[in-house]
Design a protein around this ligand. Structure first.
Ligand code: SF4
Length: 379
């Protein structure tokens, strides 16, 4: 790293913005939402990027706008289809809100997004950050959209101390960025700040020697370790959930699945019957209990298929998978179905259910290949 000049406070904010915009014009990544930008595409991208990293968001974005290229196409699609196309991106409330907002826009605004921060904030699922990002990027509204990257970059520019998510510190950072924005084009400025945070001003070990605004960054100029700003918050431990599920098959080899309630965790997705293993309970007992509670089926023989692990954003799950044959069939209903494996794949599924289905199919293949009979575990 080159020797640093130590006269940081004389840097004009406009100089930072100019240097940043020149750098962005030369280095902006060709991300899919930057091609053929429209307010709709910006909206979808910002919703995805709120909880998903850029590299992961790109294929989901392509798939989503490929399937629903306009507000009207999204508004016309059944929610079930929207959830299916969103599958794997996580935080399914985002997909439900996109669907609800598209219907509202189609009904009340001829499919057009509002161009103001206040108007955008009235849409389901659009909070202050997304509203400002869309307003700045799609409509040129002079505002600062402050997400994690912007907070980190701004905190380093002004060498903010304290928790950047708290009001006073956050307001100082926002004011510093707004001053730097000045009369510059709001879309490129906001995107440039985010891009700098994602590619150079990383949370750990920022690459200051490559940074276009190092000359105006107090953390760089005044500290041995610019990455020590902002103060890192310890990530909360992700709780681990133990659960048991049962793939219940009828004589035709179809699986019984049910849809989760429309709101809340994994809302509206389809899964096998099952639930949490209670303290002191075995996985097999929990599987039998959950099967009976949710379907009314008492199965004398549950076959253990295997364990699946999956980490969701807020918790990880250890899923013990069993299979059983249904003699008395639970009745189908709008939220309960009998489906083939192919039919199950067409439904919107949580990742753990996708893994469960893959495991069932692997076991079946192995069983066919070896010609062996499956053992049974009584409960
Ligand atoms: S100089 Fe370093 S710490 Fe400052 S904005 Fe650039 S990359 Fe971030």
């Amino acid at each position: 790293m080159p020797a640093r000049p130590r006269s940081p406070r004389t840097i004009a904010p406009a100089a930072r913005a100019s240097a940043l915009l020149v750098w962005f014009a030369q280095h902006r990544r060709p991300l899919p939402w930057r091609r053929r930008p429209t307010p709709y595409r910006t909206w979808i991208a910002e919703v995805l990027l709120q909880q998903t990293r850029v590299a992961q968001a790109a294929p989901y974005f392509e798939r989503f706008v490929g399937e629903f290229p306009t507000v009207r196409a999204l508004a016309d699609a059944p929610l079930e289809r929207v959830l299916k196309v969103w599958q794997g991106a996580g935080y399914y409330a985002r997909a439900r809100n996109l669907s609800a907002a598209a219907r509202l826009l189609a009904r009340e605004r001829n499919g057009e997004l509002p161009s103001t921060v206040a108007g955008l904030e009235e849409l389901p699922g659009v909070g202050p950050y997304i509203a400002r990002a869309i307003a700045a990027i799609a409509f040129g509204v002079p505002t600062v959209a402050l997400e994690a990257n912007g907070l980190r970059v701004g905190a380093r520019w002004i060498r903010a101390s304290g928790d950047v998510r708290r009001g006073p510190v956050r307001r100082r950072i926002e004011a510093a960025l707004a001053t730097a924005l000045g009369t510059n084009p709001p879309g490129p400025f906001n995107e440039a700040v985010m891009e700098l945070g994602e590619t150079i001003c990383r949370p750990v070990a920022p690459q200051c020697e490559r940074c276009p605004v190092a000359f105006g960054c107090r953390a760089y100029l005044e500290l041995d370790d610019p990455g020590s700003v902002p103060i890192a918050r310890r990530a909360p431990r992700r709780p681990r959930v133990r659960a048991a599920v049962v793939a219940l098959a009828d004589r035709r080899g179809r699986w019984f699945v049910q849809r989760r309630p429309p709101r809340g965790l994994l809302g509206g997705l389809w899964e096998f019957p099952g639930g949490k293993i209670r303290p002191g309970e075995t996985a097999a007992h929990a599987a039998a209990r959950e099967l009976f509670e949710e379907t009314g089926v008492r199965s004398a023989a549950l076959e253990y298929v295997g364990r699946i692990r999956h980490a969701y954003s807020h918790f990880s799950v250890d899923l013990h998978l069993y299979r059983a044959s249904a003699r008395a069939r639970p009745a189908a209903a709008p939220d309960r179905r009998w489906v083939t494996a192919a039919g199950l794949r067409r439904l919107a599924l949580p990742k753990a259910t996708e893994k469960a289905l893959a495991l069932l199919e692997r076991r079946d293949r192995a069983s066919r290949d070896s010609g062996s009979r499956r053992g049974r575990t009584g409960v």
